[in-house]
Design a binder for this molecule. Structure first.
Ligand code: WTA
Length: 658
């Protein structure tokens, strides 16, 4: 952990954007007094507050206690039984939304005129039927309550169907982002002890086919854990099927009933695992349970995106990340809206694809990442200006800090100055949004995620846990439990304690640096640990390092993030080659490809430098701060007095690719 604390920051931005009057008139929460009253209640009496919210959800058996808190273990809605798929589907149908569109999906391929070849609409009733058919299919394949099911699919409706089918029968899902490669699949499969994997022949991406099944085959060659591979036909590319292990989705669902009683699951039953990066090379399985997660995602969706049943809401994330879990699937569906899913790349066939989609489907609420906004900004306003974006009412961002220039472009060019922007801060671990504007009442300041949501006790502290003053940089912590919080790291209680609950005594440590201004607004300043955010995608330096050292020519590697105008952060790798190897001209490219193959294309280093040795302290720790400085500024100015051998720094300069 680096020390983000103690430095008085530059004066915060003073610009404010009050909620547009037309938006306020119709908002769920529109009065400051109502907000203050509810907020105070949520902090003083979180149990009373969340108990009231939970009354709007379906429980088969009502809970006995709202919260049981034995730090760091929280249990929410203790003693209750419920089912997330029931709340997403059956309950919506009971409330009269059976015929409204639940999932509106657009595939990537387009015809010569640029129109999408495939659009699908699934009503809540149809989605429930499909979910039941697949839930029954999973049962037939031997999946039982509690079994972890791995899902490695492209962004197609079947991905949401598979997740909800798992939720229906109480089999926790573990979704792996389609951009991860075979080794990453094996690590996650093995950690979850998952015997069933659901995949597709391929997925369309930027005009090409992502070979998902081939990656699964390669992964299965490295472990004998997997007994069943269910394969969805998507791209009709040729895939070999292994007899006795591989089955086609379309064959298996034949004859399955379209009704399936939802399992009555304990509130704390595991809903899913989602692997994310931390400070070691081993990804951690973040464990989320049923009732708290369900209620947190539903309630934040409702108030932060101000969802109403007639909304067409689009979150552009991939479901392989937490944003897609919480704010494409569980949150929006529990609000009865239409949630849009798009299969492909933002620039296929051209840079106006997102705006064409917004126009075509009259999207009302749009949620994306700052990286995407910066990339669109670079392409120019002509692309959005080709399309009618007048139906948009609200915009959101997530995943990394947004720079004020990108915020303003988004506000003006995409939102036509009419749409509030919700800059939402949260994490895989938090399950749902913790810090965000409420669009009907919060004056926004470009670059700030503004204030904590109801029930969230956030603070900026120093390493000893003392609260910092206004505008002083420190570390972001959460002092009290919230419903959507992680319940642990799967199979690793020690790591759960160590990474989240012991860095700063008694509170949840987020790993983020932040400051809080005189108005109580939070400004996030980025990670202070070994996590890098590349285009909003979360990667661990140690994961990239272990991918690099798995190459036979590499002896040692250290990886750091450095600022990048578009992707927020980019990866710089410092590499020592094995004895006798000299960096030949092709090696940089070879190593970049190797990382992409081992881990993921998103982990490919932008910059690789070589040295005979890496800068280390006398005790042998790699001095990342120096490397970060070198990657950022091209030179080192900081204190190097503890450095073992200063000559390594000299060697690391200037032998980059360019
Ligand atoms: C960063 C993504 C600034 C932060 C939902 C956090 C943000 C990490 C914001 C979690 C934001 C997320 N402003 N930074 N609005 N939202 N982050 O687990 O560093 O992929 O700790 O969850 O993203 O990344 P994760």
């Amino acid at each position: 952990m680096t020390d983000g604390a103690g430095i008085q920051s530059a004066a915060s931005e003073s610009e404010r954007y009050p909620p547009p009057a037309a938006f306020v008139a119709d908002a769920h929460i529109k009065s400051q007094e109502e907000y203050e009253r509810q907020h105070q209640r949520s902090i003083k009496d979180p149990e009373g507050f969340w108990g009231e919210i939970a009354a709007d959800f379906h429980f088969f058996r009502k809970w006995d206690r709202v919260l049981e808190w034995n730090r760091p273990f929280a249990k929410w809605f203790v003693g209750g039984t419920t089912n997330a798929s029931y709340n997403c589907l059956d309950l919506q149908i009971e409330r009269g939304r059976g015929d409204s569109t639940a999932i509106l999906w657009e595939g990537e391929p387009c015809d010569a005129a640029g129109n999408p070849k495939e659009i699908k609409r699934l009503s809540y009733r149809q989605l429930l039927q499909e979910v039941c058919v697949f839930a029954n299919t999973l049962k037939k394949l031997g999946v039982e309550k509690g079994d972890r099911v791995t899902i490695y699919l492209p962004m197609v409706p079947e991905l949401a169907i598979a997740m909800l089918a798992c939720a229906r029968i109480g089999a926790p899902h573990s979704v792996i982002f389609g951009g991860f490669s075979a080794q990453a699949i094996v690590d996650r499969l093995e950690d979850a002890r998952s015997r069933v994997i659901i995949t597709a022949d391929g997925g369309f991406r930027r005009g090409g086919i992502v070979p998902l099944k081939a990656n699964v085959d390669e992964a299965c060659g490295m472990t004998d854990l997997v007994k069943t591979v269910v394969v969805l036909r998507r791209c009709e590319n040729d895939v070999p099927m292994v007899a006795g292990r591989d089955v086609w989705w379309h064959d298996q669902v034949k004859g399955a009933s379209d009704t399936c009683e939802p399992e009555q699951l304990d509130s704390e039953h595991m809903l899913f695992l989602l692997y994310t990066s931390g400070s070691t090379g081993k990804p951690k399985g973040i464990l989320h349970t049923t009732a708290g997660y369900m209620i947190h995602t539903a309630y934040t969706s409702k108030l932060i995106f101000d969802l109403k049943p007639d909304d067409t809401y689009w979150c552009t994330a991939d479901i392989g990340w937490i944003t897609g879990h919480s704010y494409i699937v569980y949150g929006p569906l529990q609000n009865g809206v239409t949630t849009l899913m798009y299969e492909g790349a933002p620039n296929h066939p051209d840079w106006d694809r997102f705006w064409a989609i917004c126009d075509r489907h009259a999207v009302t609420k749009f949620y994306t990442a700052p990286t995407a906004i910066r990339a669109f900004m670079r392409q120019g306003a002509a692309y959005p200006e080709k399309h009618d974006l007048s139906k948009l009412k609200l915009l959101g961002t997530v995943g990394e800090p947004i720079n004020p220039a990108a915020w303003k472009w988004y506000h003006e060019i995409i939102g036509g100055r009419r749409c509030p922007i919700v800059d939402t801060w949260w994490q895989t671990e938090t399950g749902g949004i913790l810090i965000s504007p409420l669009p009907g009442i919060t004056d926004t300041k470009p670059g700030s995620a503004t204030r904590p949501f109801f029930g969230i006790d956030a603070a900026v502290v120093d390493k000893d846990g003392s609260e910092m003053g206004p505008n002083e940089n420190g570390l972001l912590v959460i002092r009290r439990p919230w419903p959507g919080m992680l319940r642990g790291i799967y199979g690793d209680e020690k790591r759960f304690h160590k990474e989240y609950w012991s860095e700063i005594e008694g509170v949840y440590f987020t790993g983020d640096g932040a400051r809080c201004d005189q108005d109580g607004y939070f400004w996030l300043t980025g990670r202070v640990d070994d996590v890098i955010k590349v285009s909003g995608h979360r990667l661990g330096t140690a994961e990239v390092e272990s991918a690099l050292v798995s190459h036979p020519k590499v002896a040692e590697a250290a990886v750091v993030g450095f600022p990048d105008e578009i992707t927020g952060e980019a990866i710089a790798a410092f590499v020592t080659l094995r004895g006798g190897e000299t960096p030949d001209p092709g090696i940089i490219d070879v190593l970049k490809k190797h990382v992409a193959k081992q881990l993921s294309a998103i982990a490919r280093p932008k910059d690789i430098r070589f040295s005979d040795a890496l800068p280390k302290t006398r005790s042998g720790k790699i001095m990342r701060r120096l490397l970060r400085e070198l990657a950022t500024k091209g030179r080192v100015e900081g204190d190097t007095s503890t450095l073992e051998d200063f000559s390594t720094i000299a060697n690391l300069r200037g032998n980059t690719e360019e």
